[in-house]
Design a binder for this molecule. Structure first.
Ligand SMILES: [Zn+2]
Length: 104
């Protein structure tokens, strides 16, 4: 089977795991002023970027003014922009629904 068809079959196998909701793509970027701190501290700074993004998303999502639930989040770090300059940012795919306070 060609690789493209194998990938497509893999995607279709995983579709049943998705929550029946919309998904959002949200990006958090490390401010320019903090990028020099990554020199010699990459692991710590990237960890803080992930934690900050996750904390913000979970805090807002739990608020009843937004979705009032804990969403599903998948995050990935990019350290460079399309122009290959050092530009750390975290892409997040966030579900528009989630597990509510009563566990539903
Ligand atoms: Zn990116």
């Amino acid at each position: 089977m060609p690789a493209r068809l194998v990938i497509q079959a893999g995607i279709e196998d995983r579709m049943g795991e998705l929550l029946p909701t919309t998904y959002f793509h949200i990006v958090f970027t490390l401010p320019q002023e903090l990028r020099s701190l990554c020199m010699g501290n990459r692991k710590r700074m990237f960890g803080l970027l992930f934690k900050s993004a996750q904390h913000t998303l979970l805090t807002l999502a739990k608020d009843d003014r937004y979705i009032g639930a804990v969403p599903g989040i998948v995050s990935i770090l990019h350290t460079n922009g399309q122009d290959l300059n050092f530009h750390p940012h975290v892409h997040n795919i966030v579900s528009g629904g989630g597990i509510s306070k009563d566990g539903k």
